[in-house]
Design a protein around this ligand. Sequence first.
Ligand code: 5AD
Ligand code: SF4
Length: 373
Amino acid sequence: MILKNGDELSEDELTGLLQLEDEKKIESLYRRAYREKVKQVGKKVYFRGIIEFSNHCQKNCYYCGIRRDNQELTRFEMSREEVLESARWVYENGYGSLVLQSGEVQAEEYAEYIEGIISEIKEMSGGELGITLSLGEQNKSTYRRWFKAGAHRYLLRIETTSSDLYDELHPDDHGFQDRLDCLKDLQDIGYQTGTGVMIGLPGQTPADLAGDLKFFQRQGIDMIGMGPYVPHSGTPLASGDNLPEDLDEKNLDLSLKMVSLLRILIPDVNIAATTALQALHPRGREKALKAGANILMPVVTPQKYRDNYKLYENKPCIDEKAEDCRGCLKNRVKSIGEEIAYNEWGDPPRYFRRLGSRTAELGGEIDAENAAG
Ligand code: 5AD
Ligand code: SF4
């Protein structure tokens, strides 16, 4: 159905494809994306165990359940020992790499805490465990400090590339340009940089989403984590009666199309089948894997903290322990005829291609070995 090379699809064409309604055509889009994924990375799924170690956040994004002004939850911070224990679990269970995620905190004490944890995880795993950070906007020296300590990937979603929509979704002191600058800093330092958007936000158009896809392509992004917007009742964006009844169904459908189009547009990128998909459909994550995604991020946060880390409603796996999620995801991956690549970092082919050309460009300034492990 898409005749030309996928990487040449224009923004207008992508906008049109996002609005496909014919079931047969949509299925054929998924199939084409899946073929591309298998060609690029095989029938393999990489795991990133995610430790959501603190729900303190200085920000107040209008859509997020752990925003600063939400009083309806208990704030927590896992101790250093607890984080290390979870990291050890990830390592011993062969996940290959982990993600440290929390709300956004900009403070020297916090930067030091994270730096120490990164070093200890490196030491505990003899450098074998890949470390990804998802800790929001920070200044460049903090990013550099954490990179030097041993983190090699960073996830920072742009949320939407429409600056007008970004402004509508955030208070005045949250800047779209700041977010862009942070992404640039991360790439300059040599992190494998991941970003992403929410899909189906109030006021977001298919043209906005097509713009998001083109942004990922232009920016040389290595990893994408895009998920449906799922309302959280304790947030300003979800209050009021402006949300359509079939929002969940629509957002699932749009999210799967976005995954497929992204795989076709940037074939060698890593794409996460995000947990939020499962808030909309019991097999949401498997559907995304069949539509072109290749990464799963099992939650390994201790069960007692999970209920207080709900960025959106109906978050799955709240009552589960890390062990339960391990078995459950194993079965889910098996059910679609794929296998989990244990004990591998699972870097995207794109990263090495990009790093090769950038290292040459900078005369070897980036320490390729450190950055890629
Ligand atoms: N629905 C879906 N995703 C959300 N996030 C925050 N709130 C929501 C929501 N209501 C996502 C944002 C953020 C990531 C950590 O979680 O994209 O970057
Ligand atoms: Fe904080 Fe991130 Fe939620 Fe915004 S999206 S309120 S920065 S945790």
